[in-house]
Design a protein. Sequence first.
Lengths: 190, 190
Amino acid sequence: MHNLSKHIKELISISDEHLDEILGKFNEKVFQKREHILQQDAKVDEVYFIMSGCVRTYVYDLNGEEHNITFSMENWWFGDLQSFIKRNTGVYNIQALEETKVLSINNDNWNLLLQEVPAFVNYTRILFRNTMFTQENRILQNLSYTAAERYDFFLKKYPNLSQRISQKHIASYLGITPEFLSMIRRNKKD
Amino acid sequence: MHNLSKHIKELISISDEHLDEILGKFNEKVFQKREHILQQDAKVDEVYFIMSGCVRTYVYDLNGEEHNITFSMENWWFGDLQSFIKRNTGVYNIQALEETKVLSINNDNWNLLLQEVPAFVNYTRILFRNTMFTQENRILQNLSYTAAERYDFFLKKYPNLSQRISQKHIASYLGITPEFLSMIRRNKKD
DNA sequence: CTAACTTCTTAAACTACTTTAATTTTTTTC
DNA sequence: GAAAAAAATTAAAGTAGTTTAAGAAGTTAG
């Protein structure tokens, strides 16, 4: 449970009892490489904190093409939060890209913690806030920069991810084809 | 102060005393059409809730071109929240597109409310969460759809905004040139 | 260790979107 | 209410990114 307590303590101040109360609501799970953790239209009852490994969250567009919305790795949260909170069936697909160890929490326990542990309200508040900032920057980049520039930003922001994830998936995350990413990489060498 | 109390009550349950404590920390302000509310590199000490009117938030890219990141109108919050919270100078420019009446709250009062009114923590938590969801959907749309499709989504999501805001600004928000938006509109008529 | 499969690269033809520039329409200002 | 300024339209030429297709390199499974 070590990673998660560290993550919580980095964002808020909290007593050890409250921390234990939070940690007690989580279960450990392991997903194999290529295994699907969530599927579109399926029930969503959990969100996840990653201990080790890496996942991608993606959607299908109207032509049935996949688009990677986000990658998540060690010490990140992931899940279909919109569906989890609104109690709808899922809109995202989430797949493990490596063997991935997580801590999961279900909806009942999530709501219990929100009611009983004010520090958890504050922790998730800061989580949401930080995610909001990250997304704001991504929207800004998509509006303002070319694919080659966005690829450079990606490499700088997630230097180790680019070694762990196929270029096909990175291209999809950047909103371009794998062929065009390949061309960008060739041009960078000169 | 009516709009804001309504907005708060729609998102959380709260006592009248706590609501008054929150509302007491705000000031009314009016910005004229075309007036700048925030400028990049300037000090950011306030965030805003809109009573009436409409603003745009934009950045300059490396070529000095403007890009509209977001429009905000009645009953929405706006501001350079990243800079506000991190106590940095601003990265966004915000301009009133109409005469705009707002309630403003400064950083000291914001932090006071977070410390003294647990309901305010919860309220801002839900604000951040909803913004996160909106941004997630926008990223998804930018990855998956053509400019013409994104324009349709925009019209459906903000039907009245398109009458209040110039096409130049809508084009910038969609990440295309005004000329191309003009062509999209012409093709829609046939 | 080899076969089967998936990913990556290259290149040529194509399309969505941009750029430039000129004209028309709308809005602002005095 | 006329003059000036800003926004919208149109069209032609140009460019960033896609599509298609084929071969090379890397990964996975038996």
